[in-house]
Design a protein around this ligand. Structure first.
Ligand code: FO1
Length: 319
């Protein structure tokens, strides 16, 4: 790839958990740091031991800092778990595995929030400490929480996802905090100054859904070039419960159904090579479709997919 091919471009990436962080890392490898803003889901944040835990923000931050745990994608590589083990001995909950160094992040953030900082401010301070030069923004500074409606009743997101290992059958979702929650000023400004928006391969219901549900966001994203990268390859989610969610909601688990969620928002969709036979169905939504290798195993695959995504926006989108 030509050095500096995308130097004059400002991109907003919308991201959730591990899949979103990987593409954000690919974009970070090819865009000047000041030209990339990653806007992150906060609807799976929660409070544990009185601490504000923001898993998606931290996953993106640790990934861009190059310190994310390699095997899981979340937490810090090489972290120890002495505090949570001690907490378990005291009878405190240990189902959410917070590492010792990771705990420092939650302690610092919670302290700043108590002192009156916004989540945007706290995230900026953390990014400075971890030497992340790209801008990472929570999508809102207001309370926004995904509630998963299941056959066992309504569950808070991490209760469903980690404590119950996404076993309950999903019936639907709603967001606590809407319609009061607003996109942050910084998020809206980033959208205004961006050339294009990339919807990372994150769960459309529980990762990108909450960001797009904030008042005015859909319209602003749709007003410029926006593309999404498929979160489903060959009917399977690369990670997490998306395929299971589609089936439980009575839908097919496919890239077509994922693309359907972005009607009226995006102009282009990156479809995995494995799913080339579904291309026309996605084009029928009015999208341009680009076939690509969307699995991001290593740093080079992340970078290549990011470059393909930006080239698609630059040369492949009409109108
Ligand atoms: N996911 C798990 O499945 N089990 C965990 O114990 C766990 C701990 C954890 C700690 C810090 C953090 O930032 C993320 C953590 N995650 C854990 C991941 C997280 O719950 C999910 O990846 C996201 O919320 C889904 O996007």
């Amino acid at each position: 790839m030509a050095l500096g091919e995308f130097d004059d471009w400002k991109i907003v990436a919308l991201a959730g958990g591990v899949g979103g962080a990987k593409l954000a890392h690919g974009l970070a490898q090819i865009l000047p740091a000041e030209n990339l803003t990653v806007v992150v889901n906060v609807a799976d944040d929660f409070e544990q031991y009185g601490l504000t835990v923001c898993p998606d923000l931290d996953t993106v931050m640790y990934t861009l800092a190059g310190i994310a745990a390699r095997e899981t994608g979340w937490g810090i590589e090489g972290d120890t778990f002495r505090c949570i083990e001690a907490l378990a001995k005291l009878g405190a909950p240990d189902w959410f595995r917070l590492g010792d160094r990771d705990l420092a992040t939650h302690l610092a953030r919670t302290r700043w929030l108590w002192d009156g900082a916004t989540l945007t401010d706290a995230t900026r301070r953390l990014c400075e400490s971890f030497e992340v030069r790209q801008s990472i923004l929570p999508c809102t500074d207001d309370l926004l929480r995904t509630i998963v409606e299941t056959d066992e009743g309504d569950l808070e997101f991490q209760d469903y996802f980690v404590r119950r290992r996404f076993e309950p059958t999903v019936r639907g979702f709603h967001l606590r905090g809407l319609p009061a929650a607003l996109p942050s000023r910084e998020f809206l400004e980033a959208l205004d100054s961006a050339d294009a928006t990339v919807l990372c391969p994150s769960n459309p219901f529980v990762s990108l859904g909450p960001i797009l549900a904030l008042p005015g966001v859909r319209e602003k994203v749709a007003a410029k070039a926006a593309v999404a990268v498929t979160p489903i390859i060959g009917g399977r989610a690369v990670k997490g419960p998306l395929a299971k969610m589609f089936l439980e909601l009575g839908r097919e688990s496919s890239a077509v159904e994922a693309a359907r969620e972005y009607r009226g928002i995006i102009r282009g969709f990156l479809l995995d090579r494995q799913d080339v036979s579904r291309k026309e169905e996605i084009e029928a939504f009015g999208f341009q479709v680009k076939i690509a290798d969307t699995l991001m195993g290593d740093d080079l695959q992340r970078k290549n997919l990011a470059a393909e995504t930006l080239r698609f926006i630059r040369t492949g989108l009409s109108g």
